[in-house]
Design a protein around this ligand. Structure first.
Ligand code: SF4
Length: 467
């Protein structure tokens, strides 16, 4: 019997670590002792382990991941007995090995013998062991859902996406029924079904996938009965969510009709590029036609887009809500270089060609109050993002405290004063001002080198909140 420790580094995560859960199932089959922990836990480090597995997610969690690997390195016989897999490990393999000496598993655990030569088990096909989650106090938002894949990989290679590097082979059909039934048998039934497929619409067996979903109890209008805290039986709706979004280019009317037969909520249609505007609007109309009224759509920004495109994509959703009576939430996703070791805007590659530090910070400030989501109320949107491009661009330049505390600064007149002073700059002064603000140079400029008018404008940015 071997002693196996599974570690998820201390980054935030909504999803339970499926890879580690499958590794837990694998080692338990071999009668090994398996323990799971989140982050750096002294009591776990003080024990001796035959192997420590560390999962990894986005590359910008580099620091947290390296910290976890190094933390447990002295708890195993050799540094290479710390085994790291996942997105970061696959994309930054060489850096990770030279920094830690850990062993890296690239991509998926979908071939036999990856962890132990000669073993015939395909770990990726195992039922994830949900029971390990009880060993940690960390609360995964989605831990009480069935989480599975109906497909793997994606036939496309979008430049802003790493799926083709992590899951290079597109597998168009993985039997869902078996996966879900086994989770249910082993760990009890769950209310909702989360499918993590990257591009399920690319599957030639999409019809069969929908059939599976219905057979599993997730047809349109499906309900779920359970005992509540006071031991009463309560019945609620249950939902299925293709969490990674659907590709509008592949969303035919036939597929939309099939989607409307299952308890999908929300439906997520990616709107990554303004060039998809016509197609996207068509698909939203189609969703409305089939009664799919709750949408939550990913809006990529800071890639090749222009801020005005970003505004337009959000605005289109708001206008469609008004026109069609839908509830489309927009979920802006800031692009970060696929190999970036942090999310800082000062890191090369993390700022898109048409964006800059100030604009990105401004978007963050606008989204602070809504926890990153753009809701369905047009009035709120117009206040937050402006009535048109001109107002939006003004908001992007605005001092951060004026964005966050919009009403306060409008009422006390400081926003108006700031803007009148900006409008009063000569074109040369305006350029100087923009350069300072867009590149966040407040700490490096010598205020005495600036003209009086520029100084006045900049003074609005020089309070505690800006720095
Ligand atoms: S279609 Fe989606 S999953 Fe496929 S490469 Fe593009 S962004 Fe990635």
């Amino acid at each position: 019997m071997r002693n196996i420790l599974l570690i998820e580094p201390a980054y935030k995560s909504k999803y339970p670590p499926l890879g580690l859960m499958k590794i837990a199932a694998y080692h338990k089959r071999l009668n090994d002792r398996v323990v799971f922990a989140k982050g750096c836990v002294p009591e776990k480090r003080s024990q001796r382990w035959d192997r420590v597995y560390v999962s990894s997610l986005f590359t910008y969690y580099w620091n947290e991941t390296i910290k976890a690997i190094k933390y447990y390195q002295n708890s195993v016989p050799r540094r290479s007995d710390v085994i790291v897999g996942g997105v970061l490990a696959t994309l930054l393999r060489n850096d990770l090995v030279s920094e830690t000496g850990a062993k890296v598993i690239l991509g998926l655990l979908d071939t036999p013998g990856v962890l132990d030569a000669g073993n015939k088990t395909v770990i990726d096909n195992l039922t994830p062991d949900y029971s390990i989650l009880n060993e940690s106090n960390y609360d995964y938002e989605l831990q009480n859902c069935y989480i599975a894949y109906a497909t793997r990989g994606c036939p496309n290679e979008c430049k802003f996406c790493a799926v083709h590097q992590i899951e290079p082979e597109f597998k168009g059909y993985l039997p869902l029924r078996r996966q879900i039934q086994q989770i249910e048998e082993l760990y009890g039934d769950k209310r909702n079904l989360i499918l993590l497929d990257n591009n399920v619409l690319a599957s030639e067996k999409f019809k069969d996938i929908i059939k599976d979903i219905k057979a599993l109890g997730f047809a349109k209008g499906a309900t779920y009965s359970h005992r509540n805290k006071s031991e009463r039986i309560t019945t609620v709706h249950r939902y299925i969510d293709f969490n990674q979004g659907l590709d509008s280019r592949l969303l035919s009317e036939e597929k939309m009709a099939l989607l409307s037969e299952i308890a999908i909520r929300p439906i997520r249609i990616a709107f990554d590029n303004i060039s998809l505007r016509k197609l996207y609007i068509e698909k939203i109309r189609l969703a409305a036609k089939y009664g799919l009224s709750h949408l939550s759509n990913y809006i990529l920004y800071n890639f090749k887009d222009h801020p005005n495109d970003f505004y337009d994509r959000l605005r289109i959703n708001l206008d469609l809500n008004e026109e069609l009576g839908l509830h489309i939430f927009s979920f802006p996703m800031r692009y970060v270089d696929l190999k970036s070791k942090n999310r800082l805007t000062s890191t090369p590659g993390n700022i898109g060609k048409h964006w800059n530090m100030k604009y990105l910070r401004a978007i963050q400030c606008v989204l602070i109050r809504t926890r990153g989501l753009v809701g369905t109320k047009l009035e709120y949107f117009l206040k937050a993002f402006g009535n048109d491009h001109e107002e939006f661009n003004k908001i992007l330049l605005m001092p951060e405290s004026y964005i966050i505390n919009r009403f306060k600064h409008e009422e006390d007149g400081s926003t108006e004063l700031w803007w009148s002073q900006v409008c009063n700059l000569s074109s040369l002064e305006y350029e100087v001002f923009q350069n300072i603000v867009k590149n966040h140079l407040f700490k490096t400029i010598n205020i005495n080198d600036l003209t009086k008018k520029v100084r006045k404008v900049i003074s609005h940015y020089l309070n505690k909140e800006e720095n």
